[in-house]
Design a protein around this ligand. Structure first.
Ligand SMILES: CSC[C@H]1O[C@H](OP(=O)(O)O)[C@H](O)[C@@H]1O
Ligand SMILES: Nc1ncnc2[nH]cnc12
Length: 269
């Protein structure tokens, strides 16, 4: 068992496999198996930060096979209470071109078959989830990005598809017709598992492509996602670095109270 602790967690997405310079790496085991990779722990100013790449450093886990439960559990067991979740997403509206930063405020789950709860035996636990993301984290992300000159899209709905394939044009047009604005593959169950552990969770979405329903070429490709992500990784890293330091150390949001009064069937780490 490690003696290392961190209060802030960052879960890196596609193309975001490392963070922080001077790190200790720890292996953390959980009742849900091993996380996606070793967890890197380091310091930003006076903040202790733990980083895990959700697909693994070698991108070995496709979105439907990511050990989401282990990742969130491991972060909490290190002391993490606030999680930032950078992610590559497609846009469902042509006004959000590649390179757009978006901090959605809602998501729609279109995944299937993923383990999405810690509470599947021993007691029925139902967390509130009307607003899936931390209000403090979202506000800080919007403000930090705007201050850095990267005006973000504040709000919108991320539809999370099962993948690993990208959407058909018809699916994509249907998503857009619902009023949903972004599409990704990892936002669920990551956000709800964070809520089930009473963690704050803030999405930081980088648009890498216009999804199939609005782009006129061959459709989204993996190469395109990685290329655009690579072009923006510098400013995304800077943003996440600034954001960790901008977040209040003491939580006043509702996230930490998600389990108040509930008789949990398991002991949280
Ligand atoms: C690499 S193409 C699709 C892949 O990219 C996104 O990953 P992440 O959310 O971890 O940045 C998307 O959700 C897919 O998993
Ligand atoms: N168009 C897209 N659909 C689903 N996930 C994505 N991640 C990045 N771009 C995406």
């Amino acid at each position: 068992m490690t003696t290392q602790t961190a209060e802030f967690g960052v879960i890196g997405g596609s193309g975001f496999y490392s963070f922080l310079d001077d790190i200790d790496e720890v292996h953390v085991d959980t009742p849900y198996g091993a996380p996606s990779d070793r967890i890197a722990i380091g310091t930003l100013g006076d903040r202790r930060v733990a980083f895990v790449p959700r697909h693994g450093r070698d991108h070995r886990y496709p979105p439907h096979k990511i050990p989401y439960r282990a990742n969130l559990w491991a972060l909490r067991s290190l002391g993490v209470r606030q999680v930032l979740a950078p992610s590559a997403v497609g846009a469902l509206t042509p006004t959000y071109g590649p390179g757009t930063l978006a901090i959605p405020d809602q998501f729609v789950d279109r995944t299937s078959g993923r383990a999405q709860t810690y509470y599947d035996e021993g007691a029925a636990i139902h967390v509130s989830f009307a607003d899936p993301y931390c209000p403090t984290g979202r506000a800080a992300a919007v403000k930090t990005a705007a201050t850095a000159g990267w005006e973000p899209v504040d709000g919108g709905t991320l539809v999370v598809i099962e993948g690993p394939r990208f959407s058909t044009r018809a699916e994509s047009q249907w998503f857009a017709a619902q009023g949903w604005t972004l599409v990704g593959m990892t936002g669920h169950p990551e956000a709800v598992l964070a809520r089930e552990l009473a963690l704050c969770y803030t999405p930081v979405c980088l648009v890498t492509d216009l999804d199939a329903g609005i782009e006129e070429g061959e459709g989204v490709t993996m190469d395109e996602v990685f290329r655009v992500f690579g072009e923006n990784i510098g400013r995304l890293r800077t943003l996440v670095t600034d954001l960790v330091q901008a977040l209040p150390a003491e939580r006043t949001c509702p996230c930490g109270h998600a389990l108040d009064g509930m008789k949990l069937p398991l002991e949280l780490p």
